[in-house]
Design a protein around this ligand. Sequence first.
Ligand code: VG1
Ligand code: CO
Length: 544
Amino acid sequence: METLHIATTPFEGQRPGTSGLRKKVKVFQQPGYLENFVQAILDSQPELQGGSLVVGGDGRYFNREAIQVILRLAAANGVRRLIVGRGGLFSTPAVSCVIRKYKTQGGIVLSASHNPGGPDEDFGIKFNSANGGPAPESVTEAIFARTKSIDRYLTLDTPPVDLDQLGTFRLGETEIEIIDPVSDYADLMEALFDFDAIHHLFNSGHFQMRFDAMHAITGPYAIEILENRLGAAPGTVMNGVPLEDFGGGHPDPNLAHAQELVAMMHGSDGLDFGAASDGDGDRNMILGRDCFVTPSDSLAILAANAHLLPGYRQGIRGIARSMPTSQAANRVADFLGIECFETPTGWKFFGNLLDAGRITLCGEESFGTGSDHVREKDGLWAVLFWLNLLAVRQQSVAEILTDHWKRFGRNFYTRHDYEGVDLDAAEGLVDHLRRLLPDLPGRQLGAETVSYADDFAYTDPIDGSVSERQGIRIGFESGARIVYRLSGTGTSGATLRVYLEYFEPDPALHHSDTQDAMRPLVLIARELAQIESRTGRTEPDVVT
Ligand code: VG1
Ligand code: CO
C-alpha cells in the first residue's frame, strides 16, 4: 500500500496543557490540525516506529473520526502494532493498564476529560509513555516544538477500520488488534481488592449504593465490575450508557455537576454509598449518607487504611499530592514515617516517583486518586478501594471520615473557580500576586500571619528536571494556606482557581459547615488578589 506524503503548515498553539492538547471540536476539525499533532508525536518519539501503540478515547463526539486518522498516520509511519479498544473506547486508566500489560511503547488517549462534549464543545488528545503515564514535560515540549516546524504528514488512502469488530486486522504493514476495553482493567481490579468481601457487603441486605457514570466512559467498566463481577443489583450503575455529548451534561463528578446522585444521599432513607466518575474515567467522587469526602481527605484516608486491603497489605512506601491538595496526607505520612511529596498540578508529575518506587499512593484535590497499579489517576479504582474499606471496617463513610479527623485533625478545604475570565485580567491578577510575594512573609492578613509566600517551583527528585511558576502559595503560621493558579485544561478564556485550606485540631469543631468555617480565609484571598476589581466577579462560578 502506498504511503501518502501530504504537505502541511504549522498551526499556532499546539502546546499540550495540564493534560494534553484540549481545544474546541471545531478547532480539531480543521483539515490537518489533528494530523499535524499526531505526526508531531510520531516524529518526536522514534521508538514508535516498529513499536506498538494503544489507541482509544472516552467516546465523545469526534472520537471515532479521530481514531481513524490516528490509525492511518500510525500505520503510514511504521508503527507495527496498534491495540484499539472496541468502539474506539478506553477509559484513561484502562489505557494506562493496557500499555503496561502489553508493554507497548505508548498510547494515545482521546479525551477532554470532564469538559462537555458535542460539536460545539471540547475535544482533546494526549500521549502516554511506555510506563503508561502521561508524557513528562520534556516529551510534551518536544512534541510542541515539532508542531512548530512540521511540513508534511504521512498517511494511507484506506477505507475506515471497523472499530466494532473484535479481532486482528491489517492496515498496510500494520497489525490492528481490536480488544475488549474492559476486561484487562477489570482483571487488574480483581487482583487488587477483596472482591468476596465487597460481594458480601452488597449481599448483606443493608447496603444501598449508586455509581453515576454520567453518560461517560465508566458505564461499561462499572457495569462489568460492580454488577456482573461483584453482584451489585442491576441499576446500581446510573447513566451507564456512554453518549457522545454525555447527555448534554458536564461529566465532572463534583457536588455541583452530579446533583442527581447528590440528591439521593440525603436523609434517613439516603444511600449508604454514592460515587461518580468523569468523562474519561480517571476522577472520582465519594459520598456517604449526608456526607461528602473531599478528595484531599480521601487520599489521606486511603493512605491510613491501605494495609487493610489485599493489594496494599505490605504497606505503602510513600505518598505524593499535588501542591494545591490539602496537607491532610502529610499528617498520615508523618504518622507512618514515610515520605510525602508535593508536586505541581497534573498526573504527569507523579510518574517518576511511581516508577522509582518512592510512592505507592498519590492524589489531587481535583477528584483524582491513584496508586502504582497504573500511571494515571483512576476513578473506579478509588471507588473499589472505598467499597473494600467499608466491607473490612464495617463502618459507614461518615464514621470512617469522623474517625480519621479525630485521629489526625481536620484540614478544612475548598476550591473556588472563576471561569471564563478575561485572559489578560487573569494574567494581570497573577502578576499582581507575584509582585506582592517578597513583602508578604510576616504580614498580618485578617487573623492570620503569613509565614511563607512563593511561586511554586518543583525539582523532580528522580531526574532533576525543574518546573517553575506552578502556582502562588501563601502559607500562614496557623497551617492555613491559600493557593492561586490558572487552569491549564480550559478551551476558552481563563479559569482562576483559588484553593483554601485550614487545619482544625479540635474534634468539637470538626462538623462546622465548610463554607462558613472558611469564610474569613475566602475574604483574605479575594482581597489580596483583588479578584473583584480585576475580574469583575463577586462570587466564584463553581465551589468544590
Ligand atoms: C485540572 C485539575 C488537575 C488535573 C487536570 C486533568 O487541571 O486541576 O488537578 O490533573 O485537570 O484532569 P487544571 O490545569 O485545569 O487545573 V482530567 O480528569 O481533566 O484529565
Ligand atoms: Co479526567
